[in-house]
Design a protein around this ligand. Structure first.
Ligand code: SIN
Length: 330
């Protein structure tokens, strides 16, 4: 009898063994399109490391930079299918899911990145994080890259200089309208194709931040960069509502905390890169950086500003007013 009982106990132990094995970690795939030495690349790696320190064994973050996993045109579909869990597309790339985020593309809306920051932290700005919940996506926070500059194969000092040229743009109706307003031709193309399009002269120019122009070597294939600061490239860190809600609440809170810290770090990187990458480009001698006079800048504003009224209904008049008000802070 005793032998039988011991045998049963052993069998029960053997059967239970696989169940007793530590649960597999929750894997978070974080896909992005830029290089690792950019504000977004650095933020993503910092987030991975913080999660590893604090939730190692329970949660594992895998980062895929440089469009290795998905380009920005596919990543949100993949997220809704559960194939990827985090991404940080530029705010210009959410047009299929919400019209509200188009506000960030309105030309000459924010006077500088501090104004963008104030708007993002305001109640109006925070409300936009939830603008896609009905579509199954939720924003966990904003991340800065910086203000945009215009690069081209010829010097652009006044809007008329851009007339007839082809510019690559992100997938945004506002950005299309912005280039149409100066009689140029906008072409929506993925970020991963921009260098080759410029190199082969399939396009004449593009708009981007100092960090992206440097890290993707656009300055090597564009002779001129106009320091226009006419718009912004910032990011929305996004996940699927289904995935987010499926996480145990304590894990979710720790992930959000790690994300907030990684964003604060990424924002510092963004500020430094805007200065250092511009300097590196200037020192390379490959691209000539053009400064606008006040009068020239006013011409760009005059030509592009009418774009606001075209999108006022979709974006919301109050939202635009809230963004304009953020320029007033110090
Ligand atoms: C990015 O910074 O994520 C890409 C921006 C672009 O597509 O130009």
């Amino acid at each position: 009898m005793r032998i039988l009982t011991a045998g049963v106990a052993l069998a029960a132990l053997l059967l239970a063994a696989p169940l007793a094995k530590a649960a597999d970690p929750i894997v978070i795939k974080f896909s992005h399109v830029v290089a690792e030495n950019t504000p977004k690349g650095q933020m993503a790696n910092k987030f991975r490391d913080l999660v590893d320190q604090r939730l190692g064994g329970k949660v594992k973050v895998e980062v895929f930079p440089n469009s290795q996993l998905y380009g920005d045109n596919k990543v949100l579909e993949a997220m809704l299918l559960g194939d990827v869990h985090l991404a940080a597309p530029s705010l210009s790339k959410f047009g299929k899911y919400t019209k509200k985020l188009q506000i960030f593309d309105l030309p000459f809306l924010f006077k500088d990145i501090d104004a963008v920051d104030r708007f993002q932290k305001s109640p109006a700005g925070k409300s936009l994080l939830k603008s896609m919940e009905r579509r199954g996506l939720i924003g966990l926070g904003y991340l800065h890259n910086g203000t945009k500059q215009l690069s081209a194969s010829k010097p652009l000092r006044v809007p008329g200089d851009a007339a007839g040229l082809k510019f690559r743009i992100q997938a945004s109706h506002v950005l299309a309208a912005q280039f149409e307003a100066i009689n140029a031709t906008p072409l929506k193309k993925p970020f991963s194709e921009v260098f080759t399009l410029l190199q082969t002269k399939a396009i004449d120019g593009q708009e981007n931040t100092w960090s992206n122009i440097y890290s993707k070597k656009f300055f090597e294939v564009q002779e001129y960069i106009t320091e226009s600061n006419h718009g912004v490239i910032d990011y929305l860190i996004v996940t699927s509502t289904e995935f987010w809600k499926s996480l145990p609440s304590d894990v979710r809170a720790q992930i959000q905390e790690a994300m907030d810290e990684a964003v604060a770090f990424g924002n510092q990187v963004a500020l430094q890169k805007a200065i250092n990458d511009k300097k590196r480009i200037a020192e390379s001698g490959r691209s000539k950086i053009l400064q606008l006079t006040d009068a020239e800048r006013q011409e760009w504003i005059k030509a592009m500003r009418p774009v606001w009224s075209k999108f006022e209904d979709e974006v919301g008049k109050e939202m635009i007013e809230a963004a304009v008000a953020s320029n007033a802070g110090s």
